[in-house]
Design a protein around this ligand. Structure first.
Ligand code: NAD
Ligand code: UFG
Length: 346
């Protein structure tokens, strides 16, 4: 009896950008839940070492291809080689400041890259995608907590690239309702896998607060610059919704588990619903690491907003998911990663 070869291949999740910070943690959760995956990454902001560590954690070889999402030929080879049923699309550039300096690079990588990926998905009849969007699409919200139907007003090319991709995905769905699309708007991912073997490894000076605090605690930086203490918040410093990266990774797993049932483009906040100030983060990290973390109050960083935290109730309703890890766990896990790997994956 003849059976079509492709039918024999077990279906896989294509994880673009799977070697990166959030992607690597998601691979662990996918594996725990029994999903097979293939990673596609050009390693422009990551290294193969993260995949080697994930492989050790899950005790399995990882399938991966080194390639760019803008390379349609290479993507086609991937779709031919594997039976790809879902895509979790992490690949993208994410530095806000750099996006202001080099908008063309950001739009090309993020927007054009996603178009090439979508074209390839459609040609190969792969129509399920979970996309990494960001709370940055809300811009400066008029109130908090932020609900998914709040106005969208990103203020930099990075944020706009996320919003443009969201809009493109909505149009793709209108043109072909067989598409199953989940847009996940992350708040502020922090923390690391509890093993301390994978984590966030920013290149150069970190832009984000948590890796900066961690590098100060480990002695790589002299002090934390607190960008402004005159915001309209309880202690004057900026308030954000920090979410443990493993909670975030589990949100992706839930999205994959319900994706077959959705009948419209699903847009969800992935946050905890709690806002913590910069000073509270420094104090929490001091407690978790038993290190003194010097800081200096400096002037506001351009483009920053006072307060940003999620209303996560719709995500809970739809995904039956909510973040469970505490601020102390976020700090302890970040510290374990940072102190075990003072130079990241290098
Ligand atoms: P990351 O930089 O650690 O991971 C992104 C990965 O994508 C990297 O491994 C990089 O090498 C890869 N990549 C980038 N461009 C590519 C391309 N053209 N082709 C193939 N691979 C490419 O970032 P992360 O923190 O893991 O973020 C993952 C996604 O989540 C990104 O899309 C980011 O914009 C989004 N996001 C991140 C945050 C955050 O604070 N970390 C917040 C909201 C949204
Ligand atoms: N902050 C400092 N000192 C630092 C770094 C940050 O005081 O060295 C403050 C900021 O002013 C802000 C808070 O710490 O009040 C958090 O700043 P991050 O840079 O860590 O995070 P942002 O909220 O500015 O932005 C992050 C990502 C964006 C993403 C957004 C989504 O960098 O890509 O979260 O909410 F879009």
């Amino acid at each position: 009896m003849k059976t079509h070869v492709s039918k024999l291949k077990k279906s896989k999740i294509l994880v673009t950008g799977g070697a990166g910070y959030i992607g690597s943690h998601t691979l662990v959760e996918l594996d725990l839940a029994g999903y097979d995956f293939v990673v596609y990454d050009n390693f422009c902001n990551s290294s193969k070492e993260s995949l080697r560590r994930v492989s050790k954690l899950i005790n399995k070889n990882i399938l991966f291809e080194n390639g760019d999402i803008r390379d349609s030929e290479k993507l086609q080879q991937l779709f031919t080689k594997y039976n790809i049923e879902h895509v979790i699309h992490f690949a993208g550039l994410k530095a806000v400041g750099e996006s202001v300096e080099t908008p063309i690079k950001y739009y090309d990588n993020n927007v054009n890259g996603t178009l090439v990926l979508l074209d390839c998905m459609k040609k190969n009849n792969c129509k399920k995608i979970v996309f990494s969007s960001s709370a940055t699409v809300y811009g400066d919200p008029s109130s908090t907590p932020i609900e998914e139907d709040f106005p969208l007003n990103p203020t930099n090319p990075y944020g706009k690239s996320k919003l443009f991709i969201e809009e493109i995905l909505r149009d793709v769905f209108i043109s072909d309702p067989e598409f199953k699309i989940v847009l996940l708007r992350y708040f502020n991912p922090v923390g690391a896998h509890v093993s301390g073997t994978i984590g966030e490894d920013p290149s150069g000076t970190p832009n984000n607060l948590m890796p900066f605090i961690a590098q100060t605690a480990v002695g790589k930086r002299e002090f934390v610059s607190v960008f402004g203490d005159d915001y309209n918040t309880h202690d004057g410093t900026g308030v954000r919704d920090y979410i443990h990266v493993v909670d975030l990774a589990q949100g992706h797993l839930k999205a994959i588990q319900i994706i077959n049932n959705i009948t419209e483009v699903l847009t969800l906040n992935l946050g905890t619903g709690n806002g913590y100030s910069v000073l509270e983060m420094i104090k929490a990290f001091e407690k978790a690491s038993s290190k003194n973390i010097p800081y200096k109050i400096e002037r506001r960083r351009e483009g920053d907003i006072a307060s940003c935290f999620a209303d996560p109730s719709y995500s809970f309703e739809v995904l039956k998911w909510k973040a469970t890890k505490t601020l102390d766990e976020m700090c302890k896990d970040s510290w374990r990663w940072q102190s075990n790997n003072p130079n990241g994956y290098k």
